[in-house]
Ligand binder design. Sequence first.
Ligand code: IPM
Ligand code: MG
Length: 357
Amino acid sequence: MKAKITLLPGDGIGPEIVRAARQVLDTVASKFGHEFIYDEQLIGGIAIDETGSPLPDATLASFEDTQAILLGAVGGPKWDDPKAKVRPEQGLLGMRKHLGLFANLRPVKMVPGLEGASPLKPERTQGVDLLFVRELVGGIYFGPRGREVRDGKRTGFDTMVYDESEVRRIVELAVRIARGRRKHVTSIDKANVLDAMRVWREVATEVAAENPDVTIEHQLVDSAAMLLVTNPAKFDVIVAGNMFGDILSDEGAVLTGSLGLLPSASLREDSLGVYEPIHGSAPDIAGKGVANPLGQILSAAMLLRHSLGLETEAAAIEAAVHKAIADGLRTRDLGGGDASLGTNAMADAVCERIEAA
Ligand code: IPM
Ligand code: MG
């Protein structure tokens, strides 16, 4: 197949890991007879530096006829001034909203061979295989907000708003995904305090009644945070609003001890999606060639699966990554020590294993 893929390397380690993922995509293309046409565009801090906007018009134009978007990371200390008018993150949030990517999928699974890397005891993390389904274009991230002076005091406010249709589409998606897994959904809310979350729980309860083959449990966000470290293996699909999903998915991501390995997909009803690793731009190691490219490479695998329908090719990448780890190859973040592979060497190792399979 012939497909256009927009590349958004962004900031920090973004460019080097996106380059590594592109090499893997090229390997897949030649092995399986596809042609991927890349369109590299700006987003985030580098886009602010070069155009003044974190989401330039040329980037938006590329989205018009693209089939999928592979993103590295945005942000860094250079753009961290709290008084700045534009921030790199606005590029990311603006893109999600512009494209209507309402569903953010973040799978968290123990990787064989890396059990020791988790901060939790092995008996706790055994069997962890969960999926966060985070609502991405609503809630407190996008509700009415502002800064003003009230009674002579600097005041800021953000508002959590959810209507029933927004809750329904994300919970229904979680249910459909759970049907192909262990048929269990944990719906996260704070219905004991927040009205928006009472609507969330009501709608989730209705969706549960309409889908009796899938179990939906309700969990308050604070106790869910606790359960994620005390009994993470209990979870299958976790569905949450934008902010709670943001927080819990970071907590979930460290369970496996391999933050650098975790991919994510941001999706909508059609096949267009944005794929990016869960980790950030890691400015401290940017440009050094030591960043772990595997989260980005596995994001490329999700891209092939969800946006291009290339399941065999996606599985080939995943198998090659797991083989590289099983073969003892480690980047620095995975505890490779003196024998650590750099970014390019790890990408080469994955490509060799795809070719050899
Ligand atoms: C994420 C990030 C973003 C978010 C930031 C960078 C705006 O933390 O994708 O989880 O809060 O959504
Ligand atoms: Mg986050």
